[in-house]
Design a protein around this ligand. Structure first.
Ligand SMILES: Cc1ncc(COP(=O)(O)O)c(C=O)c1O
Length: 381
């Protein structure tokens, strides 16, 4: 028996967790003001880069005394810059509960060869954050994109800590409240929550992180692309838009457009509200259907951006191929693109819910997910 297809389709089937959907009002003509073919060090270029920095500060509510820089190599570049510049001064705790956090553990333990205290949890779970020692530096991911598990809040970070907190917030910034007073280094990329272009990262430094940079020199060499100090002083220009190397002015224009769009939906609170509404629509769907569950065990840790789901129906013979087949069926119908779980994550789906996704598209997609599930169960017989 053919299973009937739902009547309504999402207007936009893009639910990828990165690069993420562009803002709904985007089209290429919005980038016509990009100073293409001009130097990024000319006044026009510098002005655009500075306004990307200050627009970020305004929307994310970053304190005036924090430094914000645009750096190469996207979020990865920003995180590695932090690890290579700052670590080694004191004991380090690495906490990880999914693939990207695990990647930072590898960097610190295997590449930098730091004798770090490593704390991990399985996909769907989170490390006991209360065990973090405020005398240590700690490296963690605010929102684990590949497991859909986020830290619930920053209450576990001591205000009077001696160590630095280094936070990969790439799938949290612009979707979740980040307590800046608790974060010494925060990184994210343009390609995530605001649907910007890839390859550009941002690094946000607290005064304590700057103090460490100016007072500590790591034992290892630093390539030019990572260097944030010269002669023991912060290279201040980087934090005014004088980038270390050449940025794409088209990507800068695109980010400025995304910031404008963010303002138009009510800034940070508007963006958080949009992501929450998207994630809530999926949560309601999982509560209503006993064959699918959120991968994040504790509701307080459930992401509102990278929502990860697992199939729990006993009739499923091979979980990995079932999940892939569901994702493929939805892609083939033009209903949902790129929603298979991350390659290192447990079998399932990952549906991006950041603010650039319209709730009406999530709501139109979900009945199709039920349709694809039933069709695959039938195909197994
Ligand atoms: C938590 C996390 N960290 C790092 C990255 C790497 O980001 P990029 O490819 O922008 O460097 C991603 C990308 O999905 C991520 O989700």
């Amino acid at each position: 028996m053919a299973i009937e297809q739902p009547a309504t389709r999402p207007a936009n089937p893009r639910f990828s967790s990165g690069p993420c959907a562009k803002p709904p009002t985007f089209d290429l003509s919005k980038l016509a003001g990009a100073p293409l073919g001009r130097s990024h060090r000319a006044a026009v270029g510098k002005e655009k880069l500075l306004s990307a920095i200050e627009g970020t500060r305004e929307i994310l509510g970053i304190p005036a005394e924090y430094k914000i820089g645009i750096v190469p190599a996207s979020d990865t570049g920003a995180v590695e810059m932090a690890l290579w510049n700052l670590l080694g001064e004191r004991k380090v705790e690495m906490i990880a509960w999914e693939s990207f956090g695990a990647g930072w553990v590898t960097d610190v333990v295997k590449q930098l060869k730091i004798d770090a205290e490593v704390k991990t949890a399985d996909y769907g779970e989170i490390v006991d954050l209360s065990t973090v020692n405020p005398a240590h530096d700690v490296v963690f991911t605010w929102n684990g994109t590949t497991s859909g598990v986020k830290v619930p809040n920053g209450d576990w970070i001591a205000d009077d800590r001696d160590g630095l907190t280094i936070c990969d917030a790439t799938s949290a910034a612009f979707a979740q409240d980040l307590p800046w007073q608790k974060l010494d280094v925060t990184t994210f990329s343009w390609q995530k929550v605001l649907g910007g272009e890839a390859a550009h990262g941002m690094i946000v430094l607290s005064p304590r992180a700057v103090e460490r940079l100016e007072s500590y020199t790591p034992a290892w060499p630093l390539p030019k692309i990572f260097r944030l100090t010269k002669g023991g002083k912060l290279i201040d220009g980087v934090f005014r838009g004088e980038t270390i190397n050449t940025p794409s002015m088209l990507a800068v224009e695109d980010y400025l457009f995304a910031l404008d769009w963010a303002r138009s939906v009510g800034g940070l609170q508007g963006l958080i509200g949009r992501a929450n509404a998207n994630a809530e629509a999926i949560h309601a769907f999982t509560y209503a259907n006993d064959w699918i569950e959120n991968l994040a065990a504790d509701p307080a840790t459930r992401s509102n951006t990278s929502v990860c789901l697992k199939f729990t129906d006993k009739r499923i013979a091979d979980g990995a191929s079932f999940a892939k087949a569901v994702a493929k069926r939805l892609e083939a119908e033009g209903i949902a693109l790129d929603i298979g779980a991350y390659r290192d994550a447990p079998a399932g789906l990952r549906i991006w819910c950041g603010g650039t996704v319209e709730t009406s598209d999530i709501e139109a997609m979900l009945p199709w997910l039920a349709w694809a599930f039933e069709a695959e169960i039938a195909a197994q017989r």
